[in-house]
Ligand binder design. Sequence first.
Ligand SMILES: C[S@@+](CC[C@H](N)C(=O)[O-])C[C@H]1O[C@@H](n2cnc3c(N)ncnc32)[C@H](O)[C@@H]1O
Length: 217
Amino acid sequence: MVSSYVPDCWHVDSSLVRDAVGWEQLYRMRVVPWDQKVPTPALVDLVEKHWPTELPRGHTALVPGCGTGHDVFYLAGRGYDAVGSDISATAIARCKERATVNGQTNVRFFTADFFKHAHEQQFDIVYDYAFFTSMPPSSQEDWARICAECTRPGGVFVALMFPTDVTVGDGPPYVLSLDLYKRILEPYFELVHDDPACPSGPGRIGRERMLVWRRRI
Ligand SMILES: C[S@@+](CC[C@H](N)C(=O)[O-])C[C@H]1O[C@@H](n2cnc3c(N)ncnc32)[C@H](O)[C@@H]1O
Protein backbone atom coordinates (compact mmCIF):
# COMPACT_ATOMS: atom_id res chain seq x y z
CA MET A 1 0.00 0.00 0.00
CA VAL A 2 2.99 2.33 0.26
CA SER A 3 3.31 4.49 -2.83
CA SER A 4 6.45 5.91 -4.34
CA TYR A 5 4.41 8.72 -5.81
CA VAL A 6 4.11 11.37 -3.09
CA PRO A 7 5.63 9.51 -0.18
CA ASP A 8 5.50 12.28 2.37
CA CYS A 9 1.84 13.21 2.18
CA TRP A 10 -0.34 10.61 0.56
CA HIS A 11 1.20 7.29 1.55
CA VAL A 12 -1.35 5.21 -0.30
CA ASP A 13 -1.36 3.67 -3.70
CA SER A 14 -3.24 6.13 -5.94
CA SER A 15 -5.25 3.31 -7.48
CA LEU A 16 -6.98 2.77 -4.12
CA VAL A 17 -8.57 6.20 -4.11
CA ARG A 18 -10.15 6.48 -7.52
CA ASP A 19 -13.74 5.66 -6.56
CA ALA A 20 -16.22 5.70 -3.70
CA VAL A 21 -15.46 2.12 -2.69
CA GLY A 22 -11.77 2.89 -2.37
CA TRP A 23 -12.25 5.99 -0.20
CA GLU A 24 -14.74 4.17 2.00
CA GLN A 25 -12.42 1.20 2.49
CA LEU A 26 -9.55 3.41 3.58
CA TYR A 27 -11.72 5.29 6.08
CA ARG A 28 -12.97 1.96 7.45
CA MET A 29 -9.38 0.73 7.81
CA ARG A 30 -8.38 4.13 9.25
CA VAL A 31 -5.71 4.47 6.56
CA VAL A 32 -6.16 8.22 6.05
CA PRO A 33 -2.70 9.80 5.75
CA TRP A 34 -4.12 13.03 4.33
CA ASP A 35 -5.98 13.63 7.59
CA GLN A 36 -4.01 16.20 9.62
CA LYS A 37 -6.19 15.69 12.72
CA VAL A 38 -6.35 19.45 13.22
CA PRO A 39 -7.89 22.36 11.28
CA THR A 40 -5.81 23.34 8.29
CA PRO A 41 -3.23 25.95 9.38
CA ALA A 42 -3.71 28.02 6.23
CA LEU A 43 -7.47 28.22 6.80
CA VAL A 44 -6.96 29.27 10.40
CA ASP A 45 -4.45 31.90 9.25
CA LEU A 46 -6.85 33.21 6.63
CA VAL A 47 -9.77 33.50 9.02
CA GLU A 48 -7.80 34.88 11.99
CA LYS A 49 -5.50 37.31 10.19
CA HIS A 50 -6.93 38.26 6.83
CA TRP A 51 -10.64 37.67 6.97
CA PRO A 52 -11.70 40.48 9.29
CA THR A 53 -10.07 43.17 7.20
CA GLU A 54 -9.81 41.91 3.64
CA LEU A 55 -12.76 39.61 3.26
CA PRO A 56 -16.41 39.78 4.19
CA ARG A 57 -17.55 37.63 7.05
CA GLY A 58 -20.26 35.22 6.15
CA HIS A 59 -22.69 33.08 8.01
CA THR A 60 -22.79 29.77 6.21
CA ALA A 61 -19.96 27.54 5.04
CA LEU A 62 -19.70 24.34 3.01
CA VAL A 63 -16.71 21.97 2.96
CA PRO A 64 -17.10 19.33 0.23
CA GLY A 65 -14.89 16.25 0.60
CA CYS A 66 -14.55 17.15 4.28
CA GLY A 67 -13.18 13.80 5.44
CA THR A 68 -13.32 13.68 9.23
CA GLY A 69 -14.40 17.29 9.37
CA HIS A 70 -11.69 19.22 11.24
CA ASP A 71 -12.18 22.28 9.05
CA VAL A 72 -15.96 22.09 9.38
CA PHE A 73 -15.69 22.04 13.17
CA TYR A 74 -13.20 24.90 13.03
CA LEU A 75 -15.55 27.09 10.96
CA ALA A 76 -18.46 26.21 13.25
CA GLY A 77 -16.28 27.23 16.19
CA ARG A 78 -15.83 30.61 14.50
CA GLY A 79 -19.58 31.07 14.38
CA TYR A 80 -20.50 29.83 10.94
CA ASP A 81 -23.35 27.44 10.27
CA ALA A 82 -21.04 24.87 8.78
CA VAL A 83 -21.90 21.94 6.53
CA GLY A 84 -19.56 19.11 5.55
CA SER A 85 -20.15 16.47 2.90
CA ASP A 86 -18.17 13.47 1.81
CA ILE A 87 -18.65 10.37 -0.30
CA SER A 88 -17.47 8.15 2.56
CA ALA A 89 -20.28 7.17 4.92
CA THR A 90 -17.71 6.14 7.52
CA ALA A 91 -16.02 9.55 7.48
CA ILE A 92 -19.39 11.27 7.83
CA ALA A 93 -20.44 8.93 10.65
CA ARG A 94 -17.29 9.96 12.55
CA CYS A 95 -18.12 13.64 11.99
CA LYS A 96 -21.68 13.17 13.23
CA GLU A 97 -20.48 11.27 16.28
CA ARG A 98 -18.07 14.08 17.14
CA ALA A 99 -20.81 16.68 16.72
CA THR A 100 -23.04 14.71 19.07
CA VAL A 101 -20.29 14.27 21.66
CA ASN A 102 -19.49 18.00 21.47
CA GLY A 103 -23.16 18.95 21.59
CA GLN A 104 -22.48 21.17 18.60
CA THR A 105 -25.62 22.40 16.88
CA ASN A 106 -24.27 24.66 14.14
CA VAL A 107 -22.72 21.80 12.15
CA ARG A 108 -24.39 19.45 9.70
CA PHE A 109 -22.91 16.55 7.78
CA PHE A 110 -24.19 14.41 4.96
CA THR A 111 -22.90 11.59 2.79
CA ALA A 112 -23.02 12.35 -0.93
CA ASP A 113 -21.15 12.25 -4.18
CA PHE A 114 -20.43 15.94 -4.76
CA PHE A 115 -20.99 15.50 -8.50
CA LYS A 116 -24.38 13.81 -8.18
CA HIS A 117 -25.93 15.58 -5.20
CA ALA A 118 -28.54 18.24 -5.95
CA HIS A 119 -27.19 21.17 -3.91
CA GLU A 120 -30.17 23.32 -2.99
CA GLN A 121 -28.42 25.83 -0.74
CA GLN A 122 -25.90 28.55 -1.59
CA PHE A 123 -23.20 29.33 0.97
CA ASP A 124 -21.27 32.44 1.96
CA ILE A 125 -18.08 30.40 1.97
CA VAL A 126 -17.16 27.19 0.19
CA TYR A 127 -13.82 25.68 1.18
CA ASP A 128 -11.87 23.07 -0.77
CA TYR A 129 -8.84 21.35 0.68
CA ALA A 130 -7.34 18.19 -0.84
CA PHE A 131 -10.65 17.43 -2.54
CA PHE A 132 -10.02 18.98 -5.94
CA THR A 133 -6.63 17.31 -6.20
CA SER A 134 -8.37 13.99 -5.61
CA MET A 135 -10.60 14.41 -8.66
CA PRO A 136 -9.53 13.25 -12.13
CA PRO A 137 -9.01 15.88 -14.86
CA SER A 138 -12.25 14.77 -16.54
CA SER A 139 -14.18 16.10 -13.48
CA GLN A 140 -12.39 19.42 -13.10
CA GLU A 141 -14.78 21.61 -15.05
CA ASP A 142 -17.78 20.04 -13.30
CA TRP A 143 -16.06 20.64 -9.94
CA ALA A 144 -15.64 24.34 -10.78
CA ARG A 145 -19.23 24.72 -11.96
CA ILE A 146 -20.71 22.98 -8.90
CA CYS A 147 -18.48 24.96 -6.52
CA ALA A 148 -19.78 28.11 -8.20
CA GLU A 149 -23.39 26.94 -7.94
CA CYS A 150 -22.86 26.37 -4.20
CA THR A 151 -21.38 29.85 -3.59
CA ARG A 152 -23.79 32.76 -3.29
CA PRO A 153 -23.10 35.72 -5.61
CA GLY A 154 -20.58 37.91 -3.75
CA GLY A 155 -19.60 34.98 -1.52
CA VAL A 156 -16.15 33.46 -1.46
CA PHE A 157 -14.66 30.20 -2.63
CA VAL A 158 -11.54 29.31 -0.66
CA ALA A 159 -9.30 26.88 -2.53
CA LEU A 160 -6.18 25.75 -0.75
CA MET A 161 -3.95 24.36 -3.49
CA PHE A 162 -2.09 21.28 -2.28
CA PRO A 163 0.22 19.75 -3.30
CA THR A 164 1.79 22.43 -5.48
CA ASP A 165 4.88 20.35 -6.24
CA VAL A 166 3.33 17.42 -8.10
CA THR A 167 3.99 18.13 -11.76
CA VAL A 168 3.74 14.72 -13.38
CA GLY A 169 1.99 11.42 -12.91
CA ASP A 170 -1.44 9.94 -12.64
CA GLY A 171 -3.10 10.85 -9.33
CA PRO A 172 -4.58 11.28 -6.94
CA PRO A 173 -3.12 13.65 -6.07
CA TYR A 174 -3.54 15.08 -9.56
CA VAL A 175 -1.32 17.83 -10.94
CA LEU A 176 -2.40 21.34 -9.91
CA SER A 177 -1.36 24.77 -11.15
CA LEU A 178 -2.54 28.33 -10.80
CA ASP A 179 -3.21 28.37 -14.54
CA LEU A 180 -5.51 25.38 -14.16
CA TYR A 181 -7.49 27.03 -11.35
CA LYS A 182 -7.75 30.25 -13.36
CA ARG A 183 -8.91 28.50 -16.50
CA ILE A 184 -11.78 26.68 -14.82
CA LEU A 185 -12.72 29.16 -12.06
CA GLU A 186 -12.47 32.55 -13.74
CA PRO A 187 -15.77 32.15 -15.63
CA TYR A 188 -17.47 32.25 -12.21
CA PHE A 189 -15.03 33.89 -9.80
CA GLU A 190 -12.51 36.70 -9.45
CA LEU A 191 -9.24 35.91 -7.64
CA VAL A 192 -9.03 38.25 -4.62
CA HIS A 193 -6.32 36.71 -2.41
CA ASP A 194 -3.25 34.66 -3.33
CA ASP A 195 -0.82 33.53 -0.63
CA PRO A 196 1.94 31.17 -1.79
CA ALA A 197 3.59 31.42 1.63
CA CYS A 198 0.62 30.46 3.77
CA PRO A 199 1.36 28.44 6.93
CA SER A 200 1.25 24.66 6.61
CA GLY A 201 1.35 21.55 8.72
CA PRO A 202 4.21 19.02 8.90
CA GLY A 203 5.37 17.73 5.52
CA ARG A 204 3.39 20.37 3.66
CA ILE A 205 5.44 23.51 4.19
CA GLY A 206 6.09 25.31 0.90
CA ARG A 207 3.71 22.95 -0.87
CA GLU A 208 0.47 24.85 -0.40
CA ARG A 209 -0.96 28.03 -1.91
CA MET A 210 -4.02 29.77 -0.50
CA LEU A 211 -6.38 31.15 -3.14
CA VAL A 212 -9.58 33.05 -2.37
CA TRP A 213 -12.07 33.73 -5.14
CA ARG A 214 -15.09 36.00 -5.01
CA ARG A 215 -18.19 34.77 -6.83
CA ARG A 216 -19.14 37.12 -9.61
CA ILE A 217 -22.53 38.76 -9.20
C1 LIG B 1 -7.65 13.57 0.25
S1 LIG B 1 -9.15 13.46 1.12
C2 LIG B 1 -9.25 15.06 1.93
C3 LIG B 1 -10.23 15.06 3.06
C4 LIG B 1 -10.26 16.34 3.89
N1 LIG B 1 -10.57 17.51 3.08
C5 LIG B 1 -8.96 16.53 4.61
O1 LIG B 1 -8.22 17.49 4.31
O2 LIG B 1 -8.65 15.72 5.49
C6 LIG B 1 -10.35 13.62 -0.19
C7 LIG B 1 -11.76 13.44 0.33
O3 LIG B 1 -12.67 13.52 -0.75
C8 LIG B 1 -13.69 12.55 -0.57
N2 LIG B 1 -14.29 12.30 -1.89
C9 LIG B 1 -13.72 11.66 -2.93
N3 LIG B 1 -14.55 11.67 -3.98
C10 LIG B 1 -15.66 12.35 -3.60
C11 LIG B 1 -16.87 12.72 -4.25
N4 LIG B 1 -17.10 12.39 -5.52
N5 LIG B 1 -17.79 13.43 -3.55
C12 LIG B 1 -17.55 13.78 -2.26
N6 LIG B 1 -16.44 13.45 -1.60
C13 LIG B 1 -15.49 12.75 -2.26
C14 LIG B 1 -12.96 11.37 0.04
O4 LIG B 1 -13.81 10.45 0.68
C15 LIG B 1 -11.99 12.07 0.98
O5 LIG B 1 -12.54 12.27 2.26
